[in-house]
Design a protein around this ligand. Sequence first.
Ligand SMILES: [Zn+2]
Length: 336
Amino acid sequence: MLALGKLLELTLAGREPAEKTQLTVDGVRMRWLGEGALEVRAPEARDNGLDLLLSAGIHGNETAPIELLDRLLHDIARGDLKPRARILFLFGNPEAMRRGERFVEQDVNRLFNGRHQMSSGVEALRACELERLAASFFSLPQRERLHYDLHTAIRGSKIEQFALYPWKDGRQHSRRQLTRLRAAGMEAVLLQNKPSIVFSAYTYDQLGAESFTLELGKARPFGQNQGVNVERLEARLKHIIEGTEPAAEEDGLDGLKLFSVAREIIKHSDSFQLHLPADVENFSELDVGYLLADDIAQTRWVIEEQGARIIFPNPKVKNGLRAGILIVPATADGLA
Ligand SMILES: [Zn+2]
């Protein structure tokens, strides 16, 4: 296998490859762009006009998606997978990956869309670099732009695999993309209705990509991901990479559950208290009238929405950041 196929090994070792560009047997060019960043380019005659950004390890301990990208890269470097798309592989937070931790000083996935400029340290620099790499990758005109940012969650989930679809004023969510996600094994999609500071929101908002954060199960250490089943996603990614997605795919959401954000729970102070068990699962339902949280100055978060569920509850976030998202069922009416 070509040395550049071992991007994960290079990244975990903190090494720079001797050769920055390599060609596979069938003319696919692999180019190392910096730590944890590799561009794959099909020979021009085979290129199908898709620019695909695949990122993982934005949270350093989320190993199942990192291993998935590693397998795809190995397949490409061996010539077993023959890309027709142009692809950028990104490992988001190399230093945290080396430590097996979610982050070193702060969460990279709260530093996009300009937030890194208000901060400092290794993660702020990395977020800036990831934006630059993505912007440069998505700078070619007249190409389809697609970004999947792959994650596993801190906690278990009543819905194991789901996607978050960013929002931009005046732009409609795409039914075709949802069909694609359903085929990739996603069971639910959260349609967002506000700007956000995560990586996929940056590429959606600033770079015009169709972008998604994908949650694939619970985070575990390297080699212990048997419980995270990424088979359907992996199969679909191979189809996307090789340009062999079924053409006459019926436009069916096929039971895909849609949700929208009702409210973001913001932690304002150290007195913030979240009234949920520490091991509560994502998508747990909450009854109307339930006191979800309280905070300084008699701030109370009481459930008012029918069918409300909680995702990403995390009372340990810094003050001013999101300590959970309240979601409610949504319909497919607003899709384009
Ligand atoms: Zn994550």
